[in-house]
Design a protein around this ligand. Structure first.
Ligand code: IPE
Ligand code: IPE
Ligand code: MG
Length: 250
């Protein structure tokens, strides 16, 4: 049987894929009758697998929604377990990321993270800063409205202090005030677990992204699932408002 990898590899690979990694809790409960934390722990394996797969096929940016602003409202035991898991994972994976050419990056209100978390994250970011193959961005304590609010506040401040004029505000300038300022917009956004919503993720950046929803829960999401999503993406016509005929002429 032909694999999806063979089908996609000689066609245009998206340079940026964003993923809403969803379904860890339900996966643990439905499949094993275990608690949600078990699902999060297994979800880390998918992060490793998908990061490797992306690097392998030449994706340049992978942005993973790992913890949202809204997730702070979960039970404290779950929040604490997630933070511990984050620390453990970063400590364990940093050397491999370094070796594999992956640069670690974060977006979000990370000052809200526990001190040890912040420290290991910073170490991971520093250790991998010269890597060039893939930028792995973890959205942590992130929400799009938080990001946009910050951007608007900073633009307003710069207008008030004279660094900017109101007429300087255009799409490129707004982009440069976002947490993703050095990252191109994702061509493809994947959400696992069957939910079909955006949950406050990258609202500005996904203006023209292709959306791909799958029933597969995040801990079950493997390389072939990723390649299948890319295959789906490659077979869409991205018109950006034009007509199909215009695209074939150009
Ligand atoms: C995604 O899985 C991981 C985080 C949000 C941290 P969930 O924890 O949302 O799992 P479900 O969606 O409840 O199954
Ligand atoms: C979105 O998943 C956030 C992350 C994947 C980190 P949620 O499970 O928190 O989103 P909702 O509650 O289904 O919208
Ligand atoms: Mg969820």
């Amino acid at each position: 049987m032909t694999s999806f990898k063979e089908l996609i590899i000689n066609k245009k690979i998206p340079q940026h894929i964003a993923i809403i990694m969803d379904g860890n809790g339900r996966w643990a409960k439905q499949k094993f009758g275990r608690n949600r934390i078990f699902g999060h722990t297994k979800g880390v394996n998918s992060v490793r697998t998908i990061t490797e797969a992306c690097r392998d096929i030449g994706v340049r940016y992978l942005t993973l929604y790992a913890f949202s602003t809204e997730n702070w409202s979960r039970p404290l035991t779950e929040v604490n377990a997630l933070m511990k898991l984050l620390v453990r994972t970063i400590r364990k994976e940093t050397q491999d990321l370094k070796k594999n050419g992956v640069r670690l990056n974060t977006i979000g209100d990370i000052e809200r993270l526990p001190q040890d978390c912040l420290q290991y994250l910073q170490e991971g970011i520093d250790e991998t800063q010269d890597n060039k193959e893939l930028v792995l961005t973890l959205a942590l304590s992130y929400s799009s409205r938080w990001e946009l609010t910050n951007a608007i506040r900073n633009i307003a401040t710069d207008v008030a202090n004279g660094a900017l004029k109101p007429e300087d505000v255009n799409e490129n300038l707004i982009q440069s005030y976002l947490a993703t300022k050095n990252i191109p917009d994702p061509e493809l956004l994947i959400r696992t677990s069957g939910e079909q919503r955006i949950s406050n993720y990258l609202l500005w950046q996904i203006a023209y992204s292709e959306l791909y929803f799958t029933e597969t829960m995040w801990p079950d999401f493997g390389k072939e699932d990723l390649f299948k999503a890319i295959y789906d993406y490659q077979n869409r016509e991205r018109r950006f408002g034009k007509t199909s005929e215009q695209l074939t002429i150009e």
